[in-house]
Design a protein around this ligand. Structure first.
Ligand SMILES: Cc1ncc(COP(=O)(O)O)c(C=O)c1O
Length: 288
């Protein structure tokens, strides 16, 4: 069955789904996106993802292509036509189509809106989490507004590619010796005292929606949390490490630049947080 995408009001096979060549997303990366995890037809952490969608749009002075309720209708229909119930849903809005000019038109133009859904193998992901993943490190060369979830991702793409070449799944970005976050995830360590440490909000990172719930899970588990930047040196000495993102939930990290973290196997805290995360989301979505 051909995969179907939603593009500006139409549901089309991916190969036929197209965007105007003068779309500002295509020419300037002038747009934003969200990725949501869907399990059994339910969007996990939906309020957080819609809140950040509105925030990103507002920061770029963009209009939303439609309201949340209409977006949910599109997502549900897209899942139905693709016969998917457990999936990753990608939503992207760009400022729209206009003759190429850096400054966008003074009068509002219609934003472009694209949604795709890809199957997600939950059991396979659990298998990966049981083994853990490796990360590499790379200088954080991104712009200063990484708190906005823009489609302008070239530094992230290059860092991920370098990671992949070293058989790692993620790159931890660092600035002035401090780890900011992953190329597509938030970065966490557990130090030798058992403190859970992750970079604070307020500049330097994207406020991950998975990060937010992980903090709530950590509080529920009674963990000591420090929201502060940590150094590369602390990362190499950590007892445990993990990453969080909608695409991976809580994923244990077992090596950094090829050096084992702790015992070189998924740690008990990361494993407990992953379990707590999944249990909380399942419970929230089972009776709503
Ligand atoms: C740079 C960056 N940081 C953090 C995250 C994690 O965000 P979330 O948990 O909302 O998926 C992402 C997700 O794509 C990301 O690209």
């Amino acid at each position: 069955m051909a995969r179907i995408a939603y593009v500006n009001g139409n549901y089309r096979p991916i190969s036929e789904a197209a965007i105007n060549v003068e779309d500002r997303g295509f020419q300037f990366s002038d747009g934003i996106y969200e990725v949501c995890f869907v399990v059994d037809g339910r969007l996990w952490d939906a309020p957080g993802h819609f809140r950040r969608w509105r925030y990103s749009l507002a920061e770029l002075k963009m209009r939303s292509p439609m309201g949340e309720r209409a977006m949910r209708v599109v997502i549900n229909r897209l899942l139905r036509v693709n016969r998917l119930s457990t999936a990753l849903v990608y939503m992207q809005a760009t400022r729209g189509v206009a003759p190429r000019n850096h400054a966008f038109p003074a009068e509002a133009i219609a934003p472009s809106f694209v949604v795709t859904a890809n199957p997600f193998d939950f059991a396979a992901a659990e298998g990966v989490a049981q083994k853990g993943v490796g990360v590499t490190t790379a200088p954080d060369i991104r712009w200063a507004r990484v708190d906005i979830k823009t489609i302008s991702l070239l530094p992230n793409v290059l860092a991920k590619d370098a990671a992949r070449r070293q058989n790692a799944v993620e790159a931890w970005l660092h600035k002035d010796g401090l780890v900011t976050e992953g190329a597509a995830s938030n970065a966490w360590i557990i130090d030798q005292n058992g403190s859970l440490i992750t970079h604070p909000l307020g500049g330097g990172i994207l406020g991950g929606i998975t990060r937010e719930r992980t903090l709530a899970c950590a509080a529920a588990l009674g963990l000591h949390v420090e929201e502060r930047p940590f150094t590369l040196e602390e990362a190499f000495k950590a007892r445990e490490a993990f990453i969080t993102a909608a695409t991976m939930l809580v994923m244990p990290v077992i090596s950094i630049d090829g050096k084992p973290v702790g015992t070189g196997t998924p740690g008990p805290v990361a494993t407990a947080l992953r379990r707590a995360y999944i249990d909380q989301c399942r419970a929230e979505n089972s009776n709503s």
